[in-house]
Design a protein around this ligand. Structure first.
Ligand code: SAH
Ligand code: SF4
Ligand code: F3S
Length: 471
């Protein structure tokens, strides 16, 4: 039974409760997609979204734990929101997402500013949790599921331009990289029924969406064999095994069912990327020539330490395979600077790997120790912060040079761009992305948001291509 906590007679304020919901999302695209699932669940309960938290009767923060800074940002935000209770005593504040399981006691008891806590697999329980919280009961569900994929819930698209959307296809991660909190916050890998994936995309298509990004923490691991955790696949019937669908099958199915839509996917652990996926991209022109392949470190010693499951040489061979099969593929990465025991030599290996590949762009981070992970339990966070920062700065500077160099190679070529919005700097210009994921800005002319336009690239900055529409 949930326990009683501080008493506020919210029923006194029942008429004040206009059921306005304010959700703020932190972290990765999976969280953005989950926020849309939560909005759908709460819409059925009569909640309408608001952009102004001063008006809200329920504030939810969909949180991220991947680095300490992400958690700190949420704590600061919670403290600010808690002040709103002075004028709106009935206000409920909830924490969703990856921080929920990790810090539930602290959030509810020590800091006393949170009324409900729901982990990533507990969103169907939100109506019950909200009602418990309204009645001053501790409302917590952080149970991680082996089955939940929210496959029957049609997300309410509250973010974005109405042109591109995320579609979640699998949840969880079984890889257990030593530094990473995701397997603890998101649980085991499980995949979504392909039938419901196609149905969701069909709804998006009929609403005018032009591009979808298939999402999973470890998407190349997608495996549909009738439902259930990937770890239990070996126990499935022979028939289920024979009919199992892998990520390349799903990708092909989506690309062929929706030939007028553009398709992206993320995130791939290089270890799980197969030739079947590369061949599927190569043979379908509506799958974007884009791949995110985080490598984390260029040093074999560190890669082994991290339990990434590949060596530097294997990673570089994969890049060669990508470029042989998909010559115009844009490749991006993630790097962690200053992982425990990282030496100057290891760091140089990271810079030299970047030199060999020359990525389109990248997401670069300082190592942040996450309590409970294998690395936190076994290796002291022994690279001093100023050294981590200097290494990160060197990585970022080098990547800036590479992005600029790569962008220059697009000058005089033609990119197909999906128009996503009006440029903030100039209302007469529009922006969108080419197949490789690079932002392109050009004169609006007669073009509208949602159009595919052939654009001749005429110039570039470090991050953005500039061009002229040919159509
Ligand atoms: N599944 C993806 C990554 C998901 S997490 C993959 O394996 O490639 C997104 C990124 O956050 C990671 O690629 C990593 O670069 C970074 N990250 C994860 N844990 C981190 C930590 N403890 N400190 C710093 N960065 C971290
Ligand atoms: Fe984290 Fe590794 Fe899983 Fe990526 S593959 S989410 S880095 S454990
Ligand atoms: Fe963060 Fe959770 Fe995504 S830890 S990066 S929101 S999976």
């Amino acid at each position: 039974m949930p326990r009683k906590k501080k008493q506020i007679d919210r029923n006194k304020y029942s008429q004040c409760n206009t059921k306005k919901l304010f959700i703020e999302t932190y972290g990765c695209q999976m969280n953005v997609a989950d926020t849309e699932v939560v909005s759908s669940i709460l819409k059925k309960e009569g909640y309408t979204p608001t952009d102004d938290y001063h008006d809200a009767d329920l504030i939810l923060l969909n949180t991220c734990s991947v680095r300490d800074k992400a958690e700190q940002t949420v704590r600061n935000k919670l403290a600010n929101f808690a002040c709103l209770k002075k004028t709106r005593p009935w206000l409920l504040i909830g924490v969703l997402g990856c921080m929920a399981g990790r810090v539930k006691e602290k959030l509810l008891e020590e800091e006393k500013m949170v009324d409900l806590v729901a982990g990533p697999d507990a969103y169907r329980d939100l109506p019950v949790l909200i009602s418990q919280a309204w009645n001053n009961l501790n409302a917590v569900n952080v149970h991680l599921s082996l089955e939940e994929t929210y496959d029957d819930i049609t997300p309410v698209r509250i973010s974005g331009s109405g042109v591109t959307a995320f579609v979640s296809v699998m949840r969880g991660c079984d890889n257990m990289c030593t530094y990473c909190v995701v397997p603890y916050t998101r649980g085991r890998e499980r995949s979504r029924d392909p039938k419901t994936i196609l149905e969701e995309i069909d709804v998006l298509r009929s609403e005018g969406y032009k591009e979808i990004t298939l999402l999973g923490q470890n998407i190349d691991s997608y495996l549909w064999y009738g439902g259930g955790a990937k770890k239990d696949f070996s126990k499935a019937s022979e028939e289920a095994k024979a009919n199992a669908l892998h990520f390349s099958d799903l990708l092909k199915m989506v690309a062929e069912t929706f030939p007028t839509m553009r398709i992206r996917f993320c995130t791939s652990n290089p270890h799980d990327m197969t030739d079947d996926v590369l061949d599927t991209i190569a043979s379908h022109s509506n799958i974007c020539r884009y791949m995110h392949l985080p490598f984390q470190s260029g040093s074999n010693r560190i890669l082994q330490h991290m339990r990434r499951g590949y060596t530097r040489e294997e990673y570089l061979t994969l890049i060669e395979r990508v470029r042989a099969k998909i010559p115009d593929c844009g490749i991006t990465m993630d790097i962690i600077a200053g992982y425990p025991t990282e030496t100057e030599e290891d760091h140089k290996d990271t810079l030299s790997l970047m030199q060999s590949v020359k990525y389109e762009f990248g997401y670069m981070f300082k190592y942040s120790e996450r309590p409970g992970t294998y690395a936190a339990n076994h290796y002291p966070d022994d690279v001093p912060d100023d050294v981590k920062q200097r290494r990160l700065d060197e990585i970022i500077t080098l990547q800036g040079q590479h992005s600029f160099e790569r962008n220059k190679t697009y000058i005089s070529t033609v990119s197909q761009v999906l128009v996503e919005g009006i440029s903030k700097k100039d209302k007469e210009e529009v922006f969108g992305r080419n197949s490789q994921g690079i932002v392109v800005v050009f004169a609006k002319g007669n073009h509208s948001i949602g159009d595919f336009v052939n654009v001749k690239i005429t110039d570039t900055t470090q991050g953005t291509l500039l061009g002229e529409a040919l159509d």
